[in-house]
Structures are given as C-alpha cells and as structure tokens.
Design a protein around this ligand. Sequence first.
Ligand SMILES: [Zn+2]
Ligand SMILES: [Zn+2]
Length: 376
Amino acid sequence: MKITAALSGRGGDAPELVELEQEAPRAGEMRIRLVATGICHTDLHEHPGRHSPQPIVLGHEGAGVVEELGEGVSGFAVGDHVILSGNSCGQCPSCLAGRPTYCDLAMPLCFCGKRLDGSTALCQHADEGDHPVHSHFFGQSSFATHAIVPQRTAVKMDKDLPLEKLGPLGCGVVTGAGGVIEALKVGFGDSIAVFGTGGVGLSAVMAAKLVGAKHIVAVDLSDERLELARELGATHTFRGDQEGLADAIRKVTGRGMQFTFNTTNAPPVHTMALDVLAMNGTAGFVAAPLPDANGPWAPQMFAMLAGGRQLRGILGGDANPRTFLPQLADYWRQGRLPFDRLLSFYPFKEIDRAWADAKSGAAIKPVLLMENSDDA
Ligand SMILES: [Zn+2]
Ligand SMILES: [Zn+2]
C-alpha cells in the first residue's frame, strides 16, 4: 500500500515528505491510520541518526485508528482508537513485571529501524529498483499517514477523547508525569525541583501538583516558560542563570528538596540537581549529561550522594502504558492534567515549520496532523 511519510537520511534540515510502499501487517502487528503525532527531542536527535540507521521514518508519539489486523492480534478491532508507546518484548523479567520501558530488548526494538528478524515494513520505489527504508522506530515510525505496529505498542483509548491531542501522552507527557508519580513517587506535602520546562518538565510540574506536592520549584532559562510553569502548578520559579541558584532553591524549604527531576542533558544542571537535595533525597533524571570536562567527577558525586541521597535514571516515566496512559487521559478529562496547553498543531505537510519550532523551542510540543484523517 502507498503511504506518505517523512523520511530522514536525505540530508535536509527536517525529514522530507515522500511516497513509500508499506507492506501488510505481519503476525501480531496492526496497521494504524495515524491522525496525529507529536515531535519529541529524541526524534530531533535521530535526524540525522545518532543511534538509528538511515534512511528511516522517525516519530514515536502517534495516535490513530486501527485499520487492519495481522494474524493472531487479539484485544483490538478495526476502528479502535489507539495511542502508541515504546516497543518492548513482552517476555523479559522487566516486561513481565509490568515495567516495559526497561525491557531487555528496548534498544534494538526502539532504535534499530527494523523488526528483530531484520525486516522492515517500508520501501521506496526508485528508477533503479526498490530500496528498503527503516521502519519500526519505537515500534511506530509515526511520521507517516500509516504505521505498522506490534500490538504491544498500542494502547486503546476511549472514543470520546480528542485523538489528535493524545499522542504526546505516549512519550513526553508520560516521561514527566510518570517520572513524578510512578518512579519518584512524589506525594502529598513533598518538595520537588524540576529542571527544564519543556514538555517533559511541565508534565512533571502538573503531576507534582496533581499528587499534592507542597513545594514545586521550576527552573528554566525562559521567562515565558516559567510563567506557564506557575500557571500549571509551580509554587516557585527561578531562572537557571541566576546568581546563588542552589542556595535559593534550598531556601524554599529551608533544608533542600526531597526530590529533583532533571529533564536536561546539561552537565551543570545534573550537578545542581544533586546539590540542592535534602538529606535522604532522590534525584531523578531522564537524559545522561553530555560529556563535559568540568565533571561532575566521581568523588564530587559520591560526596553529594552521602547523606542517604539517591540518583535515579528514569525511562518512560517507569510506567506501564496500558494502565497508566488511560489514567492520564482521565485526569485530563477532569481538568487536573491540562497537558493540551503544551501542544501546537501543524498540518503534516508543514513538518519543516514544526521541526524548526521544536528545535528553537518556539513550540513546546509540536503535533503534526495527518491530512487523510477526516473522521478523527
Ligand atoms: Zn520521546
Ligand atoms: Zn522485554
């Protein structure tokens, strides 16, 4: 079947819209007609490929309608509304424990651009013949009108929810909200400092408010983002470049923060997020620091972790998408998790503009709307 997809690996600033041939879903897979898909920083980093082979169709915050079932698919019907999450094997100890974001096969299943048997679902016709195109990015490759996805990546959602808004629940929102609720288990009366107020950080702020945290600190370099953080629940905001920032954050509670949640990959922020912890506090992070000559060096880190402090890497908000994503949608319905305030919509054909706005930060969470999705 012919589809339109945004292809990476052709040298442009943004993925380029092309026509591709997509095969039918294989056993255990479904064809999804995409209604919308968010653009996440992981997509920006993989164009051109950092971990992934090229050419590839990226995209991993897809939302759409089940159009065709492969052999053996159960629990889904044609016409179901779904959002797509990361791929996982379903059989390793992490998957069996309901923690699929820590699947033993997460890297090959999400980043290798093919099924484990080496096949891809896409190819490009050219005058010189057919050329395979990498697919199955996070089990999705959702920068396209249609995606072939393993049924494990799909999460069924109620049909009265606005499908075009739901895609970012599958990565950006769950990374922030799950990080706070599921991984760090922030609770009533607790204190947390969130570093970076992009889509992940602002989702963390909303989640901290939702669970009743008392002190919610947001740190960023953008005054506009900090203003939004306040509207969404931050009790204190600080510019990341202010003098004496660590002291100012510690003073919010008088003893430092019980939790920090770092959404950036800036080495000084990783140091700061440890430095402002109270005794016995926990620092969660979602991205490793970029290599940096100024550390933090191991002895400095051990000194910061003394006092019962913990440092915790968090993937996908620790969440089981099947149960957690519908819960987040319910909180949205109740007006208690207004993640749609982070979204900016673009027609799929304007992916160049959406890509530029994602890179510059002009849009917090750009969402591409696919043109053939008139009954969404
Ligand atoms: Zn993502
Ligand atoms: Zn697994």
